[in-house]
Design a protein around this ligand. Structure first.
Ligand code: PNS
Length: 159
């Protein structure tokens, strides 16, 4: 079965990579899908986020990275033959929004099932926005993002 793992990944965190690695072990193929035009103003342009994710996912042979531009996730999934959407859950606070999206995606395309993976405990406090803040203020982001993503953040916040 093919699955898609969508998100902003601005930037990819160690929590995201943990979900990617675990989902890659469950599905034949996993497409990590960078949402190009979310409502949030991104730090990294979509091609930079794709490059960063490709560097981080290089050791995982059944994982590819693509961009979702101006179309519905379920339409992309259907076109690529993907039957599952993977989402990571950190806390109860993630649940309401994810539940809404899962129900709407099922209504839009009943063939595509949303599968939730619980974050590993050591990543439960991580988010892209907190990583950006730490990097912006000169803090050490080692371990908070995959090693391959560190140079991308250092490039943005070089002093
Ligand atoms: O990492 P994020 O910002 O929480 O990811 C949100 C994302 C990209 C998963 C969501 O905005 C999405 O699925 N966008 C694609 C457009 C779409 O299909 N929207 C309808 C969802 S019900």
């Amino acid at each position: 079965m093919i699955a898609v793992y969508p998100g902003s990944f601005d930037p990819v965190t160690s929590g995201h990579l943990d979900i990617i690695a675990r989902a890659a072990g469950m599905f034949e193929r996993l497409i990590v899908l960078v949402a190009a035009n979310s409502s949030k103003a991104p730090l990294f342009a979509a091609p930079e986020r794709v490059e960063m994710l490709r560097a981080c996912c290089a050791p995982l042979p059944n994982v590819s990275v693509d961009t979702l531009e101006r179309r519905l996730l379920v339409d992309y999934a259907t076109e690529r033959g993907a039957r599952a959407i993977v989402k990571g859950l950190r806390a109860v606070s993630d649940f309401e929004y994810e539940f809404q999206m899962a129900l709407l995606n099922r209504r839009l395309q009943p063939q595509v099932e949303t599968v939730f993976l619980m974050t590993s405990a050591e990543h439960s406090y991580l988010s892209s926005s907190i990583v950006k803040e730490i990097a912006r203020l000169g803090g050490d982001i080692t371990g908070l993002v995959p090693d391959a993503a560190v140079p991308f953040l250092e490039g943005k916040f070089a002093r």
